[in-house]
Design a protein around this ligand. Structure first.
Ligand SMILES: *Cc1c(COP(=O)(O)O)cnc(C)c1O
Length: 219
């Protein structure tokens, strides 16, 4: 079952790469495993997946011990991080994709762990979303570059929810333009319904949950 869904996702990635003249190896598939347990994650690992995305620090702190033997796995935090959870987060995640304030960057740096980070950028006016305003990105990027324990990979964004993949394209284009302005490489963008568009617009990391694991239970 998982293997079949993975094959379908890989075919979509392959086709999007072919259409846009990109190498498959330039796109990292992150399996978004929030609300799925260690057994499902292990199955994904055994199928060759190495990058996992989790939204909730607390939830993943509970699962991480069961996955300790998956030594090649890299865990990305893709949900909002409160600054009082930076210490726990820096112990269990290798990549924090949701840095959106200088304070959060400083706290992560102070944890003493070497971490890879991305800046989450908010490109729409939805109140509920976290993420830095584009105007605040220059100072934030500079702040992170001054943190010896943090390595800035790039930018991440979550466009407003819609099931129309094309509606995400302008957001992906804006993230690409911002990444060029700041000379960062990584672009984490695209989810189950719109990752082909993201790949066409330069995504280096796509975050795919439902298309790999099936529907999540409602929270
Ligand atoms: C849940 C989530 C995803 C995965 O969404 P799917 O539609 O299930 O692929 C990707 N990115 C973020 C930030 C998420 O919270």
């Amino acid at each position: 079952m998982f293997r079949d869904r993975l094959a379908a996702v890989e075919e979509r990635i392959h086709n999007a790469c072919a259409r846009s003249g990109r190498n498959r190896s330039s796109v990292t598939l992150i399996a978004v495993s929030k609300l799925f347990g260690p057994p499902q994650m292990r199955e994904a690992y055994e199928c060759g997946l190495r990058d996992f995305g989790e939204n909730y620090v607390q939830e993943f702190a509970g699962k991480a011990p069961d996955l300790a033997d998956c030594t090649e796995a890299r865990f990305h935090l893709i949900g909002h991080l409160q600054s009082n959870k930076t210490r726990v987060a820096s112990d269990i995640f290798q990549v924090i994709q949701t840095v959106d304030t200088p304070k959060l960057a400083r706290r992560l740096n102070d944890s003493g762990q070497k971490l890879q980070v991305m800046v989450e950028v908010k490109l729409s006016d939805e109140d509920s979303k976290s993420g830095a305003d584009p105007g605040d990105v220059p100072a934030l990027v500079q702040g992170i570059r001054g943190c010896p324990n943090l390595h800035l990979l790039g930018l991440m964004t979550i466009p407003p929810w819609t099931d129309q993949a094309e509606a995400s394209r302008p957001y992906f284009q804006r993230l690409l333009a911002l990444a060029r302005d700041h000379q960062v490489e990584a672009l984490s963008m695209g989810m189950s319904h719109d990752f082909e568009v993201a790949i066409e617009e330069g995504a280096t990391h796509i975050r795919v949950g439902t298309a790999l694991f099936g529907q999540r239970r409602k929270t």
